[in-house]
Design a binder for this molecule. Sequence first.
Ligand SMILES: NC(=O)c1ccc[n+]([C@@H]2O[C@H](COP(=O)([O-])OP(=O)(O)OC[C@H]3O[C@@H](n4cnc5c(N)ncnc54)[C@H](OP(=O)(O)O)[C@@H]3O)[C@@H](O)[C@H]2O)c1
Length: 299
Amino acid sequence: MRLLLLGANGQLGCDLLRVFRTAGDSVIPATHAEVEVASLDRVSQVLAETKADVVLNTAAFHKVEECEKNPALAFQVNATGAMNLARVCHQSGAVLVHFSTDYVFDGHKRAPYEETDLPSPLNVYGASKVAGEQLIACNAERYFIIRTCGLYGVAGSSGKGGNFVENMLRKALAGDAMRVVDDQVLTPTYTVALAQATRDLILTQKFGLYHLSCEGQCSWYEFARSILELAGVDAELSPVKTTDFPSTVRRPSYSVLSKVKFRSLALSIPSWQEALSRYLQERSTQRHLASVAPTQVSL
Ligand SMILES: NC(=O)c1ccc[n+]([C@@H]2O[C@H](COP(=O)([O-])OP(=O)(O)OC[C@H]3O[C@@H](n4cnc5c(N)ncnc54)[C@H](OP(=O)(O)O)[C@@H]3O)[C@@H](O)[C@H]2O)c1
């Protein structure tokens, strides 16, 4: 496969690059500085230059508080950007692989969300991602829209500044007492596990909308407790409620995604516990490699 990877510096982007290249694919990474997805001209130019047959789009504006303050920008990146990619991919015959979010749902269901459940976002970010999904569906035919959840990867989220696992470990090692919500349930997902499952899914050529996160579910508090246990770190950790952290943005209190459709293709993804163990083993090696690696060749 010859792939163009947008958002290549992001946490999912970094692991997609690593996983696909390790599998022997030719990947052309493009950072935000190189390609702005909201520019149809630039997107069209880069696809013509690279002649990619698959476009992986991880680019997003996903700081939820900032999206509330700047809905125009949220829609420009998450909706218009997605539409631009769908149009140029449709014209060139490339497959578009676009990442979306559990935040398209309101969390009221209390059972894993299926692809057939109607989106009902609670905030601007979720609404802009739903718009992006719909604009892809009406502008392209050969696409995968992958809704995922609770990402963490060694690179850390460039849009959010780090990842939850590292934040917990840093606070624990500093001796800080930690309070973590136990009334928001999700599936934490290691970006390497997602990248591998994404590659498996692309190879099926069974286009469409998929839910893809690790298996299982937990609250943020349970996730934090597992991080500390598996890392062998002692810390003062207590469960609290979402209402203890007043926020201007509403978030779904339940956002577990059903993987029944993904599994029906005879594909699998690890449980969040297995993926967390693997992340903790790999993080030291990865960081060391990153610190000695030469600058990546890109566009
Ligand atoms: N993080 C999560 O927990 C989570 C959960 C569910 C779904 N998702 C979805 O998963 C995808 C990847 O998330 P992530 O955590 O890897 O995010 P990330 O680390 O913030 O990476 C996003 C990348 O997109 C780039 N980007 C931002 N705006 C762009 C634009 N207008 N044009 C081109 N590139 C742009 C960013 O570059 P700069 O930083 O240089 O701007 C960054 O490299 C996103 O679609 C997100 O909506 C994430």
